[in-house]
Design a protein around this ligand. Structure first.
Ligand code: GCO
Ligand code: MN
Ligand code: MN
Ligand code: MN
Length: 385
């Protein structure tokens, strides 16, 4: 039971299980893993796919012959294992050129280079069968307001996204672009900090239908926001194109913890939401093993992410089928026909009737039984129901 299988659509980034454990204070603690080796290991564990930044596969400065050899080995591993590459993304944060932004650098040379890198990553992804292109504006932000860049950054970012979408159409690549918000880190403040701000930006693009969200558990949590609500809003807008699952404590550095390691209850309601939403895209784990771990710990981490998801999925199913939960929810949503007839689309008659409405006093004193409902959720989570 709880064995991950490809149909569960679990994916990992080459950069996640391949994370070598560097942090701002300490050096690498693990050796780099070869991409084709990662593919074989992930397939053994039951994953569906592997995602990558351009540079995870083809390090900067690789010669064309070397590049061809790496690609050959990687594609062979994909063929042997059946693993997919559903998503690609350009690394627009490591190169020193990007220290004051990539697509929103004040230097047009840098903006042009970031755009070139994005187009080349789209070419690479198309060759590997990717259909989702993630844009994470990690360096698109600032520590200093004196430049006034906050007034220009949106325009530059929009221009780049419009260019990329037009290129995808021109080449017939069929990408769907998933934009990933984050409040800070590595910049002091990143433009586009939350799901809400990304959704607002999409409406200003030339091809809004090609753009959606790649929300991340850790990122909304860093901002002190409710990730379940953020995902629900993305779903409501028809914009959940991809999702980054991990865990995080609020008000801390970007921790990228194993899924479910910290906020079990929020993870439970997230899985509950995703599984009932009709979302059929990848369940991507954008997390990495703790710096304390060796390679054995890395695979324990990867397996743990998937198992916790599957356990929570089963718990969510049992919770929704629990007769006591159902009874409480029936009561919670019980709707009298009389007020219902006054709601919905506007009409002048309804407006008249609404003005004549008196709220029955019992509507003020009623209890919503949320203590009992929440306790049932806790008991399901604790495994006593
Ligand atoms: C982070 C981000 C990244 C992006 C990845 C894809 O916190 O560092 O989440 O991991 O998801 O770079 O663009
Ligand atoms: Mn992150
Ligand atoms: Mn991170
Ligand atoms: Mn992410």
């Amino acid at each position: 039971m709880y064995e991950p299988r490809p149909e569960h659509k679990f994916t990992f980034g080459l950069w996640t299980v391949g994370n070598i454990g560097r942090d701002p204070f300490g050096e690498a603690v693990r050796a780099r893993l070869e991409p084709d080796y990662v593919v074989h290991k992930l397939a053994e564990l039951g994953a569906y796919g592997v995602n990558l930044h351009d540079e995870d596969l083809i390090p900067r400065g690789t010669s064309p012959t070397e590049r061809a050899a790496i690609l050959r080995r990687f594609k062979k591993a994909l063929e042997e294992t059946g693993l997919k590459v559903p998503m690609v993304t350009a690394n627009l944060f490591s190169d020193p050129a990007f220290k004051d932004g990539a697509l929103t650098s004040p230097d047009p040379w840098v903006r042009a280079y970031a755009l070139k890198k994005s187009l080349e990553t789209m070419d690479l992804g198309a060759e590997l069968g990717a259909q989702i292109y993630v844009v994470w504006p990690g360096r698109e932000g600032a520590e200093v307001e004196a430049t006034g860049k906050a007034q220009k950054a949106w325009g530059w970012f929009r221009e780049a996204l419009n260019f990329m979408a037009a290129y995808s159409e021109d080449q017939g690549y069929g990408y769907r672009f998933a934009l990933e918000p984050k409040p800070n880190e590595p910049r002091g403040d990143i433009y586009l900090p939350t799901v809400g701000s990304m959704l607002a930006l999409i409406g200003t693009l030339e091809r809004p239908h090609l753009f959606g969200l790649n929300p991340e558990f850790a990122h909304e949590t860093m901002a002190g926001l409710n990730f379940v609500h953020a995902v629900a809003q993305a779903l409501d807008a028809g914009k959940l194109f991809h999702i980054d699952l991990n865990d995080q404590r609020m008000s801390r550095f970007d921790q990228d913890l194993r899924f479910g390691a910290e906020n079990l209850k929020a993870s439970f309601f997230l899985v509950d939401l995703l599984e009932h939403s009709g979302y059929d895209g990848p369940r991507h784990f954008d997390a990495h093993a703790l710096r304390t771990e060796d390679e054995v710990g890395v695979w324990a981490f990867a397996r743990g992410c998937m198992r916790t998801y599957l356990i929570l999925k089963e718990k969510a199913r049992a919770f929704r089928e629990d007769p006591e939960v159902k009874a409480l929810l029936d009561e919670y949503y019980r709707a009298d026909p009389e007020p219902l007839a006054l709601l919905g689309p506007y009409s002048p008659e309804k407006a008249q009737k609404l003005k004549a409405l008196t709220l029955p006093e019992v509507r003020r004193s009623r209890g919503y039984a949320l203590e009992a409902l929440d306790q049932l959720a806790v008991e399901h989570l604790l495994g006593v129901r």
